[in-house]
Design a protein around this ligand. Structure first.
Ligand code: ADP
Length: 475
């Protein structure tokens, strides 16, 4: 429910009781004066029309009943005065004139009263809307000195009214109304969002210069409370910052785990080759060819470690891949060459099922090899838990469509329970005591950077198949 609105203008349907008495007294005095003037002038001037003034005052300022009363009094006075003079040839003409006058007065009162009520209702509707608005609406005169109107919301927000409120609003919003006026007239930009220093609330201020009901130039301000929006923006900004920070941390974490994960293998190989050389040298049973071969392999592994670091560094710096038409089967065979010894140690039967007519893939060779090594190593680790005769690792490549190549890395390990299939690519998901749970996540990111897709399915014969696709390089 809205509070009863305060009228904007002097027009009102409920005049103050004392004021209506004063208006009635004034109207009566005017009627008496007109009658006296009529008598003094000997009815030579027709002053009948002059009675409309007190009738107007009574109707407009007090109401219809007062207007009708004044109309009766005016006709009564006129009739009484004429009764002395008898200017009409026949009494009927005199009565006819009086009746006509009365009708004119009554019509005047009725029309005037309708107009008054319509105007007052229009005013009341207008004020009710303003009072019911959720925004603070106030009107200050052009210089910003006087507060002419303040709606309900404005009174709640800034209190009271009057000139003190003008200074109070200016102080709290950190603006000067006179400056706003100048800015409006010069077309200069104004700060639209303002903070109320007393309550901490935010307002969006719309200012319009216009003419007030009494003709003077005023500023109409509509201050909409945007605190909730501001708070939501602030929360969103903070969340965005946190997300940004988390994303950066994840990237750093990803890269750290890539290095840890991927450097482990070449470093272990280097250590093995070196230890082999040391053992042979210690035993005194060595041939230069063997040592040379081992040292060359060790150096190749060191080179691979260096290229991994280089690639990761570039990846971090540019987040761009070195995409080029690459031979997918060649990459798989390279990885198989690297991993075969390890597979042999774990009694794993490594099978390659490669399509020799595959078109070239658009890929970063080193990155795709890292993906393959990671998948193959996961498969080898998974198959440690199954009997040796069952351990089979198959890498299959094919053309899924004219513009997409498909790779499968299938093992015969214990497989994945269905709830784990969903978690498989989730960062930090691991079932290994020393695992980081980042390998598959990074693999998928790399494949997605290539425009491909990675997913897992169950191997019909038991175990897991990890699939990925790559885009065919355009000739
Ligand atoms: P990490 O090996 O470092 O833990 P990965 O992202 O490579 O991280 O793998 C996450 C988890 O997914 C592993 O801990 C393992 O439980 C499961 N997983 C991955 N590959 C296979 C697979 N071929 N067979 C069964 N489980 C697998």
């Amino acid at each position: 429910m809205f509070a009863r609105p305060q009228p904007l203008y002097w027009l009102t349907l409920d005049p103050v009781r004392g004021a209506s008495h004063a208006w009635l007294a004034l109207a009566l005095a005017l009627a008496a004066a007109i009658a006296g003037l009529d008598y003094i002038t000997g009815y030579d001037f027709s002053l009948l029309i002059a009675y409309l003034v007190p009738i107007f005052l009574a109707t407009w300022m007090i109401g219809r009943a007062a207007g009708v009363a004044l109309a009766c009094i005016a006709v009564g006075l006129w009739t009484a005065m004429f009764a002395f003079k008898h200017p009409f040839s026949h009494p009927f003409l005199f009565m006819w004139e009086a009746a006509l006058q009365f009708c004119v007065y009554i019509i005047f009162v009725v029309v005037l009263n309708h107009l008054r009520i319509a105007l007052a209702h229009a005013d009341e509707r207008f004020v009710t809307v303003l009072e019911g608005l959720h925004a603070s609406v106030y009107v200050v005169d052009a210089g910003g000195g006087e507060l002419l109107y303040l709606n309900q919301k404005g009174r709640e927000a800034f209190g009271g009214g009057g000139t003190s409120s003008v200074r109070e609003i200016e102080r709290r919003l950190g603006i000067r109304f006179a400056d706003l006026m100048v800015a409006q007239q010069s077309g200069a930009g104004m700060p639209l969002e303002m903070r109320d220093s007393a309550t901490g609330k935010w307002y969006w201020l719309a200012v319009r210069v216009m003419r007030w009901v009494d003709g003077r130039i005023v500023q109409l301000h509509i201050a909409t409370d945007i605190t909730a929006r501001k708070q939501a923006e602030e929360v969103a900004r903070q969340q965005h910052e946190k997300l940004d920070m988390t994303a950066r941390l994840v990237t750093v974490g990803e890269m750290a785990s890539v290095l840890a994960h991927e450097l482990n293998q070449p470093l272990a190989a280097i250590a093995n080759y070196n230890m082999g050389c040391v053992r042979r040298l210690r035993s005194g049973n060595w041939r230069p060819g063997e040592l040379l071969d081992a040292l060359e392999k060790s150096s190749a592994q060191a080179g691979r470690a260096g290229s991994i670091i280089q690639r990761v560094r570039e990846f971090l710096r540019k987040r761009e891949l070195d995409l080029a038409p690459s031979d997918l089967s060649g990459m798989i065979m390279d990885v198989a060459g690297l991993i075969r010894a390890e597979a042999g140690r774990h009694a794993i039967d490594l099978r390659l099922d490669l399509d020799p007519r595959l078109p070239k893939a658009l890929a970063d060779g080193i990155m795709i090899k890292q993906v393959l090594i990671n998948l193959v190593r996961n498969a080898i680790e998974a198959m440690q838990a199954v009997p040796a005769e069952q351990r089979e690792l198959r890498i299959h490549s094919s053309a899924e469509s004219p513009d997409r190549l498909h790779v499968e890395v299938a093992d015969r390990g214990p497989g994945l329970p269905s709830e784990l299939t969903e978690n498989l690519f989730r960062p930090f998901f691991t079932t290994k005591a020393d695992g980081m749970g980042m390998g598959l996540q990074i693999c998928r990111s790399i494949i997605e950077f290539h425009g491909g897709r990675m997913w897992a399915t169950a191997n019909p014969g038991g175990g897991v198949v990890i699939h990925f696709t790559l885009v065919v390089a355009k000739p």
